[in-house]
Design a protein around this ligand. Structure first.
Ligand code: GDP
Length: 477
């Protein structure tokens, strides 16, 4: 959300020597809403301190406060503004034009009386306000929203505003995700470090905390479990080893999921759907953690249907819902994600920071690399070096991402071109005109190019795997 500080009047009035105008407080704007009252005064104080150049910390505090006040004004002032027909809630499912919102805080009654948690948990069927669509503000499952015009009898309302997101994932599309469960199986299919690294890098690129879960522990020896645990610990992860089949290790995951919205990621066949269904069931729960699931039983049935579908189709449009898990405050997306990570958010410059062991080396080192833009690939005076286990995977991913960047640069240039160009006409008037005739010179989009490169890479990898398998078969004969 763009912030605009309207300080121009203040500055210009200083130039003109208009003393009264220097008393004006800066107005902090978010869309059409201004911060005012005590919040504005506090911001003004911060702004003044910042102007005097106090420290970076002040600037950080300022930014934080601006964000708090400007992006969550409705929640902060909700109690004073709230009326009988307004509520704040979380979107738990979306289908076509309708969204289900579970109420977290409801507006005050006319007589001002309201109990704590009044109407919390009520499910409302909502439509999205047309203005939000016009300004292209997308409402996603997981979003905190302000609902207005609520009819409490019919349980219907309209989503009026979306509050600031902490995070979001695109596959599946979920907002405010707190945890990514990167799920792999120890066997059937065998744990492949190349694919595991790809998923880890993709998950890291979202900036959301992640946990690695290794399933199908019932199919492998203790030595193999220990060896993978040691290996992943060296990479900077603490794996959860479990078996959905036997229930082993799943109790340990309860504290991990509490008070969080989680999404499961992993390749096909590793047990994602089985894990989601298992977590939704009661069998894995210690008795104290069991909560009433009756109201969401309908969703359990749908999970089975969805998981059946997602197992087969990769590119189908997927409907996603948030399911309540029977742990305190735990929510889980019913649809697994990342069938094949395309690393679209990863750049060659950011790749190294997506490896926890590289981050640790850079943090520990007293010095920085010799080159400011060191890519940590055999450059002199690099403090990361190449003596870490995942280095070859890092180099291979770096080459892939770099190749994609070069390709994009060749097709699109370093800067994205503008659709308009400006011409000075004979009259001396500068006029804008479109660069291309619509639909006549349509170019391949960046996304299409990226998809083509992805499918090339995938094909090459599959071919290589087939060749390897043939060689292995020959060798065995
Ligand atoms: P998805 O494609 O990742 O959603 O995987 P599924 O949940 O569809 O599971 C794939 C297969 O693995 C199914 O046949 C499951 O029964 C099986 N499976 C899942 N978890 C386990 C496990 O812990 N142990 C064993 N032996 N099989 C499992």
């Amino acid at each position: 959300m763009e912030l605009k500080e309207i300080g121009a009047l203040r500055r210009s009035s200083c130039v003109l020597g208009l003393g009264f105008a220097t008393q004006r407080l800066p107005v902090v704007r978010c869309g059409r809403k201004n911060a005012h009252g005590p919040a504005r005064k506090q911001l003004h104080k911060q702004w003044d301190r910042q102007r005097r150049g106090d420290s970076k910390q002040v600037s950080r505090q300022w930014n934080q406060q601006v964000r708090d006040v400007t992006t969550l004004p409705d929640v902060k002032r909700f109690d004073s503004l709230s009326t009988e027909d307004r509520a704040v809630g979380q979107v738990t499912s979306a289908q076509a034009n309708f969204m289900t919102v579970v109420v977290e805080r409801a507006g005050a009654l006319d007589d001002g009386l309201r109990e704590e948690g009044f109407r919390a948990g009520i499910k409302l069927l909502c439509v999205v306000r047309a203005l939000l669509k016009k300004i292209r503000r997308r409402v996603m499952v997981g979003d905190s929203v302000l609902v207005s015009g609520i009819d409490w009898t019919d349980k219907r309302g309209m989503i009026e505003d979306v509050l600031q997101r902490r995070s979001e994932t695109s596959d599946p599309p979920v907002a405010n995700v707190d945890l990514l469960l990167v799920l792999f199986s120890l066997d059937r299919p065998r744990l492949d470090p190349v694919i595991l690294n790809r998923f880890l890098v993709e998950a890291e690129s979202t900036g959301i905390p992640l946990a690695v879960v290794l399933n199908k522990a019932d199919l492998v020896t203790q030595e193999m479990k220990d060896s993978w645990e040691k290996r992943l610990t060296e990479w900077g992860y603490k794996p959860y080893i479990c078996s959905v089949e036997t229930g082993m290790g799943l109790h340990d995951m309860a504290p991990l999921l509490e008070d969080k919205t989680s999404v499961v990621f992993g390749p096909s066949g590793v047990g994602k759907s089985s894990l989601i269904n298992f977590l939704r069931g009661r069998s894995c729960l210690p008795p104290d953690d069991i909560q009433a699931l009756d109201e969401v039983d309908d969703e359990v049935i749908r999970v089975n249907e969805v998981s059946y579908r997602t197992g087969s189709g990769r590119h189908t449009t997927r409907h996603v819902s948030l399911l309540h898990l029977p742990f305190r405050g735990a929510m889980l997306a019913d649809t697994p994600g990342f069938s094949y990570p395309n690393l679209s958010m990863v750049t060659s410059n950011s790749l190294a920071s997506l490896f926890p062991e590289v981050r640790a080396r850079l943090e520990k080192s007293e010095f920085s690399c010799g080159f400011a833009d060191c890519q940590h690939i055999s450059e002199p005076d690099c403090v990361v070096g190449g003596d870490w286990e995942r280095y070859p995977y890092y180099v291979s991913l770096w080459n892939e991402v770099h190749k994609r960047e070069e390709h994009e640069k060749a097709v699109f240039g370093t800067k994205q071109e503008n659709d308009m160009r400006f011409k000075v006409r004979e009259s001396g008037v500068k006029q804008a005109e479109p660069m291309l005739e619509l639909k006549k010179h349509r170019r391949t989009s960046r996304r299409q190019v990226r998809q083509m490169v992805d499918s090339d890479v995938r094909e090459q990898r599959d071919e290589q795997r087939e060749l390897d398998e043939l060689e292995n078969a020959d060798a065995a004969v």
